[in-house]
Design a protein around this ligand. Structure first.
Ligand SMILES: *[C@@H]1O[C@H](CO)[C@@H](O)[C@H](O)[C@H]1NC(C)=O
Ligand SMILES: *[C@@H]1O[C@H](CO)[C@@H](O)[C@H](O)[C@H]1NC(C)=O
Ligand SMILES: *[C@@H]1O[C@H](CO)[C@@H](O)[C@H](O)[C@H]1NC(C)=O
Ligand SMILES: *[C@@H]1O[C@H](CO)[C@@H](O)[C@H](O)[C@H]1NC(C)=O
Length: 442
């Protein structure tokens, strides 16, 4: 398939193609923004493991502290009080505001052994801890605290997979940490460079949780030192690294977005569809929105088709776009310096964030309609864009590295204003996910 990629001929500026019309310009606007962002940083931010690993990252901790014994504590009490009645309209978690919460997080990075180094902000010396004491208050209803026992109760004997990019992994680690407060996860499988594929088993409830690295959801070749200097995507072919396991999966959480911003050549039906940010490749710049939409379509169509064929059900979440918060220069101390959420109304979901979110919402709605005829298929957008946008304070920033200012203020310090500290605002994503699962099961 690689030879479908045309040889490099001439230099075609994708920007030249953008003046056709206003809407065309608007469509490529985010591309222009991101072209300014050094592409070299790409792997740095979006690779699952851009840094050397300590062995504690790779191995399950045998000394994880178990706060509650799950087998001896019945979960029915907290469970029944929170249940929505069938008559109530389902809660809409999309809109709301962050309010102070003195309870704080369910876990800390010290007791949870699975947190990726770059997101373990407290152990890296982040001095302010105020960002841990906020909870999301939806406009029309309440969002209960995450109850790990309820999760285990509802998903016992099930296999849950997080599929996607490093945000999928970030969300998975949040879930693992919260579940680990009541039951010990055993790492039962790990494969691939940088542990891109991992699986844990909670023996107490026979719950399996996996993570599959698949930043495009469809088949892709990631740019690399030895391979192409751009990504290659096959938008109509699902990535079988997770697709071939669908038979064994009861729930899938899909997550993608940021990888689509970067240089790529797209293929469909065996021929070149176009490219994005690809000067020198003599391909037509087509942006990334339509391509991302096609990738989501392919992923959802494959899940629905295979599950319908086998007669099995599945629950599918698609996590909507999680905005980044670079304010200043990425290599200066103040790239995402805020220590509090934005105030209500201070920030709107707009521009690329809004467009990326809409694609997820629209494609899930379309898939719901097309899967109605089959029983047991449930799909929902995990609409985290607004609540995430409001949390510029939740990123590691310079604390992606341990004690970045140990030797005084440096002139250059790398910042991660994309991923989320653990614990942190991303825990809310799983809180909402659990509420939707509860609604589905009641
Ligand atoms: C670019 O591709 C087109 C069609 O694929 C071809 O006609 C043209 O000659 C190519 N341009 C260059 C500079 O190679
Ligand atoms: C939830 O609220 C958002 C924002 O107000 C809205 O766009 C969306 O349609 C709502 N969802 C449902 C299912 O009503
Ligand atoms: C993390 O939580 C454990 C158990 O609750 C506690 O013993 C420990 O002191 C906490 N560590 C930090 C750094 O707060
Ligand atoms: C444990 O869960 C898996 C699905 O993840 C299921 O296939 C298996 O039968 C379950 N084992 C028991 C003992 O129930």
């Amino acid at each position: 398939m690689r030879n479908l990629c045309l040889p490099q001929m001439g230099v075609t500026s994708p920007l030249k193609a953008q003046t056709h019309s206003r809407s065309f310009t608007a469509k490529f606007f985010p591309y222009v923004l991101y072209a300014l962002f050094p592409i070299a940083l790409f792997r740095f931010y979006f690779h699952p493991f851009p840094f050397p690993l300590s062995t504690t990252d790779q191995l399950p901790h045998s000394n994880r502290i178990i706060l509650t014994s799950s087998s001896s504590s019945p979960s029915s009490l907290s469970f029944s009080t929170e249940e929505e009645t069938a008559n109530e309209a389902p809660c809409n978690y999309t809109d709301g505001r962050w309010v102070h919460d003195k309870m704080g997080p369910l876990y800390n990075g010290t007791i949870c052994g699975t947190i990726k180094d770059g997101q373990n902000c407290i152990s890296h010396g982040r001095p302010d801890l105020g960002y841990l004491y906020w909870r999301w208050q939806p406009s029309q209803c309440d969002l209960p605290r995450f109850d790990p026992n309820t999760f285990f109760h509802l998903l016992s004997n099930k296999h849950i997979a997080f599929v996607g990019d490093s945000m999928a992994r970030n969300q998975l680690e949040s879930l693992l940490c919260m579940l680990a407060t009541v039951s010990n996860p055993n790492l039962v499988y790990t494969n691939g460079e940088d542990n891109k594929f991992r699986r844990w088993h909670f023996a107490s409830h026979n719950v399996t949780v996996s993570v599959y690295w698949s930043p495009f959801l469809v088949r892709g070749v990631e740019k690399s030192k030895t391979g192409p200097d751009h990504n290659e995507l096959y938008v109509d072919v699902v990535d079988e690294r997770w697709g071939s396991d669908l038979d064994h999966l009861d729930m899938v959480v899909l997550s993608m977005g940021h990888w689509f911003l970067h240089p790529a050549v797209y293929y469909e039906g065996g021929s070149v569809l176009g490219c994005h940010y690809c000067p020198g490749l003599n391909q037509t710049e087509i942006g990334f929105y339509d391509v991302m939409r096609k990738a989501i379509k392919t992923a959802l169509r494959t899940i629905i088709g295979r599950k319908a064929a086998s007669g099995d059900g599945i629950d599918v979440f698609l996590t909507s776009f999680s905005p980044s918060h670079f304010q200043g220069e990425w290599d200066k101390a103040g790239a995402c310096p805020k220590t509090e959420p934005y105030r209500e109304g201070e920030k709107m979901v707009e521009g690329m964030d809004a467009d990326m979110r809409s694609i997820a919402v629209e494609e899930i709605e379309a898939a719901k309609a097309s899967s109605k005829q089959f029983g047991g298929l449930r799909l929902e957008t995990l609409d985290v864009t607004k609540l995430s946008l409001m949390r510029p304070d939740g990123h590691p920033g310079p604390y992606m590295y341990q004690f970045p200012f140990a030797n005084g203020l440096q002139e250059h310090v790398q910042n991660d204003c994309v991923h989320w500290c653990l614990p942190g605002p991303i825990d809310t994503w799983n809180q909402i996910m659990l509420q939707v699962i509860k609604r589905w099961r009641s």
